[in-house]
Design a protein around this ligand. Sequence first.
Ligand code: ADP
Ligand code: MG
Length: 308
Amino acid sequence: RAIVRDIDMLEEKNPSIKPQPTPDVDPTLFEKRFLKKIRELGEGHFGKVELCRYDPRGDKTGELVAVKSLKSENREEQSNNLSREIDILKALYHENIVKYKGICQEEGCQANKLIMEYLPLGSLKDYLPRNKNKTSLKTLLSYSINFIWNFPMGMDYLGSRNYIHRDLAARNVLVESERTVKIGDFGLTKSIKDNEGYYTVKDENESPVFWYAPECLTHCKFYLASDVWSFGVTMYELITYCDTSKSPMQLFHGMIGRSQGQMTIIRLVKALAEGKRLPRPLEGCPEPVSRFPEGSGILLVILAILQY
Ligand code: ADP
Ligand code: MG
């Protein structure tokens, strides 16, 4: 108490040392002038993600962040989508979901950049091909166990919040460490709250159809369980080290021939209805494991580990 009294007296004598109430600074608002681009991290259909340093002090000690914005050609038409993605990610807190940090606004404009935590290992699609040589099949399979453990936790959380992700694929799974992965890219995520357990796809032009379950393709209906099919396809990518020549798109194209738009969907639906699936991902892979995407349960990977 004596110390507090001393401080009070000191402050009275020297008003300048009295702590001033700091203006409320919103830590989720990033100023554009302090955001320094380092390099591009990747891009998809509409958006691009850059690695930046947020450096208000200007001495390169600021934190590294991943910044998502729209490609300039899509800026007008897609700005609502980015705002929606921001609103969704902002409300999600889970260790297997990429962390929202804030937004960056240009003066007077809608939020036009999404600021997220930066994961230096990148997506599975960046990470696996790069580390292929030092990743034995055994390690790969143990990744799948970790992956199977983490990923559905994130998915389950999403489902509990009534969201369907609709774009689960290796390119959208971010690697935190060999043990932890996180779900990213909520650009196509929809809420099923107001629907009857599914979301009806309106614009399928840009849909990642080779990752989609049959009901999404035939009836344009998306259920929580439809994400599980995409999870299976993502597992397939993992088992093939995300090798581009074995990507689901390449392989399905090889099976149904090359075509565009609606024609691709018709052919794909037909092939799936005939029971055609992605080919065995590995030489000598046991039959149940090779029935991707359905056969990608925990049990099957454990089976695979026992086999190898
Ligand atoms: P799009 O909607 O354009 O597909 P994504 O959110 O999927 O955008 O990001 C595109 C790519 O950028 C990803 O595939 C990944 O390689 C990289 N990326 C995205 N977010 C991060 C992040 N937080 N840390 C590191 N890399 C990231
Ligand atoms: Mg993406």
